[in-house]
Design a protein around this ligand. Structure first.
Ligand code: AMP
Length: 171
């Protein structure tokens, strides 16, 4: 995954002073890198016997939809407020630079599902924890949580304790 690490661009002070934003757009521009990432998630999560992939807006949609396709599983988007048109449930949470709410359609996940939650980056873990809460509200199980990037120094894993976590590139 060293070749993937080279495709992650540091943008200092974005979107706020003091934040070093990890820009993954160079990864998106490299189809071989995208295939390597999808293949790595596929291998890591095979034994978890997932039935669905939930992707977190917006970069989680990209990696999540590719993984869902590769595993031949349905994909469900978890979105920021006001974007989903149908009946939905919501959860509020704190993140590295602000406060947020996530929403999911009530029929996005069923009670019988074993869900992989996917996002591009694990920082404090608040976003992923909120997505897991949405999935569990419906009565489904979390089979695993995947991130392309983990910012280890923010200790987001602590917030996701007891869950199967896969991160491909660590800082
Ligand atoms: P957190 O809830 O603190 O784990 O934040 C994770 C979410 O915020 C993910 O959806 C990331 O895309 C985004 N995020 C947080 N920190 C950064 C960062 N330094 N660079 C890029 N994205 C970030």
């Amino acid at each position: 995954m060293e070749s993937i690490k080279k495709l992650i661009r540091d943008i200092p002070d974005f979107p706020k002073p003091g934040i070093i934003f990890k820009d993954i757009t160079p990864i998106l521009g490299d189809p071989a890198a995208m295939a390597r990432i999808t293949g790595a998630f596929e291998k890591e999560f095979e034994s978890a016997r997932p039935t669905r992939v939930v992707g977190i807006e917006s970069r989680g949609f990209i990696f999540g939809a590719l993984l869902a396709q590769a595993l031949n599983l349905p994909f469900t988007p978890v979105r920021k407020p006001g974007k989903l048109p149908y009946d939905k449930i919501s959860v509020s949470y704190t993140l590295e630079y602000g406060e947020g709410t996530l929403e999911m359609h009530t029929d996005g996940v069923t009670r019988a599902d074993r869900v992989i939650v996917l996002d591009d980056l694990l920082a404090t873990g608040g976003t992923a924890a909120a997505a897991c809460e949405l999935v569990e509200k419906v009565g489904a199980k979390i089979a695993g949580i995947g991130f392309v990037i983990e910012l280890g120094f923010l200790e987001g894993r602590g917030r996701l304790k007891g869950r199967e976590i896969v991160s491909l590139v660590k800082f």
